[in-house]
Design a protein around this ligand. Sequence first.
Ligand code: FES
Length: 267
Amino acid sequence: MTQIDMALQGRRFGETQRRDLWWLQPLAVFLGLFAFIVYATWAAFQGEHYSYGPYLSPFYSPEIFGSSSHAWFGPQPGWWPAWLPFSPAFLILWAVGGFRFTCYYYRGAYYKAFWGDPPACTVGEARKSYRGEHSFPLIMQNIHRYFLYVALVFLIFLAHDVWKALWFTDQASGEVSFGIGVGTLVLTVNVVLLGSYTLGCHSLRHLVGGVKNMLAGTPIRRRAYACVSCLNRAHMRWAWLSLFWVGFSDIYVRLCSMGVWTDWRIV
Ligand code: FES
């Protein structure tokens, strides 16, 4: 067999022979994620207008301590350090934030969009060595499976929020009655999208799929594997839809609580 020896040429950062709009996708990812991070941080620091009637913003759910009627253990605890700002969102957003941050899809997206590492396929990157995710600090990304366990529990809380969003209290009589408002639908869509994103997780696919590269034997596990794989094929789409909608859900509850929007009752 003939062999040709060729010297590998390193590219400068951003150098490429591609003629297509390769920069468009990383730019859109950068703008989308940046806008979400700025809004979510702002909303988390507000500590108010996160509930309206039976609705609770998903940024604040579950509300462990807080001032709304949804709080499990009452208002801000006395042991909270006085020098530290308090918001119920601080107690939980680390979990869902960590889940997204370590998601396999988002890693690929923000490595390109935020770190330019590389900016796109066959485009020169700034770093000359490749250490992958086998060494510190990126080896920490392997914690994703544990964030998945927490995210699955959060899904149950969010589904329970939808249930609570079906029961409205009459302010005058204090009577509780069944109803469906636009907010109920907003929170329902939120759970469906977050569920589709979470249940299509790569780690969950490995968990239900089997051990040592063998597909697990029982029919139930095979069916579960097929469902997770089906959601996983559109993981990127679920990631973006759920990200957008969870932000919109917070905006909806916030603006209703501030009296800017009216929550129309359908039933
Ligand atoms: Fe994206 Fe697990 S890989 S949520």
